[in-house]
Design a protein around this ligand. Structure first.
Ligand SMILES: [Zn+2]
Length: 256
């Protein structure tokens, strides 16, 4: 098997401090490439430098809606500079998005910062990595306004099948992660069992989103192989077939 973890935060201290081990165990499990998204200006140099050190690590740069700070508007200018300077290294703009989970979330500010980054992705001809919680219909509205020919990935997708199909129509792939390993996630499991395989990519979101059986523990990219196994069971096909199809999909989106 040859798997790309399409979303993991290898630069977060809990993983970076044991990176050699993390990468070796991932390799043993067949997980051999990694898309590492930025979350705000403070971690962009870190992900760029990982990409320069390891051919298997592909950085993305963006401002995550949960990591906004007082300087986020100013950081948008810096983001444009980085995308221009590191355009050969950076595979996507992300992660960016809308997170309306908290009742006090600043919807208008999130929208402004998202839309600015969607336009940067269009200008630099990059795909996007989207983080979306409690905001799929609002996100779909934005994507219909700013069409991205490079598409992108809706990471850790957990919306409805209808919403998934709307994203697919706009040229997006959906990230399948540890959530499907929980038996109680019946609706999400049905959704991922019935969507076209051409629309799915594997991810872990390590060190977050532990799989069933590992609750409360650090998550690792090696577990993308287990996600592939569970997806294969749900769809009644071979794990190798899942690995091959999702590898092709991930390569297509991120051009890696
Ligand atoms: Zn993430």
């Amino acid at each position: 098997m040859d798997i790309i973890d399409s979303h993991c935060h290898l630069d977060f201290p809990v993983l970076q401090s044991q990176l050699q081990d993390v990468l070796r165990r991932a390799d043993d499990a067949g997980v051999r490439q990694f898309i590492v998204p930025g979350v705000n200006r403070a971690n962009w140099d870190g992900v760029i430098s990982l990409g320069q050190q390891y051919g298997s690590i592909h950085p993305a740069l963006g401002i995550h809606p949960c990591f906004l700070d007082a300087d986020s508007e100013k950081s948008l200018t810096v983001l444009a500079d980085y995308l221009s300077e590191y355009t050969a290294d950076v595979v996507a703009v992300g992660e960016i998005g809308l997170d309306l989970y908290a009742s006090d979330s600043d919807r208008e500010r999130q929208l402004t910062i998202l839309n600015h980054q969607l336009r940067l992705a269009a200008d630099f001809d990059k795909p996007v990595i989207l983080h979306v919680r409690k905001a799929h219909d609002l996100m779909l509205q934005q994507l219909r306004k700013i069409r991205l020919c490079g598409g992108g990935v809706v990471h850790a997708f957990s919306g409805s099948e209808q919403q998934a199909r709307e994203y697919i129509k706009l040229g997006f792939k959906l990230g399948v992660g540890g959530s499907i390993t929980y038996e109680r996630a019946k609706k999400l499991r049905r959704t991922f069992a019935s969507l076209p395989l051409t629309a799915l990519v594997l991810e872990t979101d390590a060190p977050d989103m532990p799989l069933c059986g590992y609750q409360g523990e650090i998550n690792y990219p090696e577990r993308a192989a287990r996600v592939a196994g569970v997806l294969a069971e749900l769809r009644g096909i071979d794990q190798g077939e899942i690995a091959a199809a999702t590898l092709q999909n991930t390569r297509q989106v991120f051009r890696v």
